[in-house]
Design a protein around this ligand. Sequence first.
Ligand code: ADP
Ligand code: MG
Length: 298
Amino acid sequence: MSEPSAPRASSPDAPGAASLVALRGVSYAYEEGPTVLSGLDFDVVAGRALALLGRNGSGKTTLMRLLSGGLRPAAGGLTLQGVPVSYDRKGLTRLRTTVQLVVQDPDDQLFAASVEQDVSFGPLNLGLPDAEVRARVAEALAALDITALADRPTHLLSYGQRKRTAIAGAVAMRPRVLILDEPTAGLDPDGQERLLDTLGRLRDAGTTVVMATHDVDLALRWADDAALLTPSGVRTGPVAEQLAHRELLAGAGLQLPWGIAVRELLHRQGLLPATEEAPRTPEELAHLFTPSPARRAP
Ligand SMILES: Nc1ncnc2c1ncn2[C@@H]1O[C@H](COP(=O)(O)OP(=O)(O)O)[C@@H](O)[C@H]1O
Ligand SMILES: [Mg+2]
């Protein structure tokens, strides 16, 4: 992906070279609340799907709101492609055309009378020409597979349809980074699969997607990297490594994903070499035992 041309932010060894958005030395406490994050460095790297994991109250939502400019850090700063974000109108507009947050509860995001009106709100607010707004809305509705709902009053939508509409509103801004706070919560299995397909297509089209979730199996399946919120800070790395790390998982209040547990079990039984990647789906597990020229049967 593109290299930022601006000078790097302060931390000398931060993996910030390809960061689209980064927090540097950020602390945040709510009024009359606990300090949620302190001295945090955090990078959203272009093209890497990132899962943000941690127990309830660990600060996932706070971190996402800091990344999208909804909260302003008490200390430290936010950078966009290496350039510090200013929290004035101009700075926030620049941020919002790059980073979009979809909050957990669609009812906190939707407010217009119809789906189309809601999805067009962001682009209209940017002052784009009508034709451009229409094109973006059509594209976002199609991406979320809700074109047929365009004229539907938002208050008559199902929960899953409201979620899709909220995501379409963010997609219509054509962000480079799409941040979703627990997007699969409350969806049925089919709704979850459809959403993952949609996010897959957005990723293929070049959007960097960040997702908060409690679901380690989903994270292993979906993400490139995982950021675990633990009491000693946020730990980020390749998802399969992070989610095989028992101490880290325990610190984040999470369990081992089943695919990694299965790999460990099969390895202990001598049925799988240690180098084999953990299966992420039942199909991948079955594949491990399918003889083929490329794969020795166990
Ligand atoms: N508006 C708020 N006012 C005061 N405290 C808050 C507010 N929102 C969240 N908190 C507190 O901040 C901490 C982190 O919350 P949050 O970021 O929502 O965590 P998560 O999304 O991981 O569940 C929790 O202790 C929570 O109680
Ligand atoms: Mg939350």
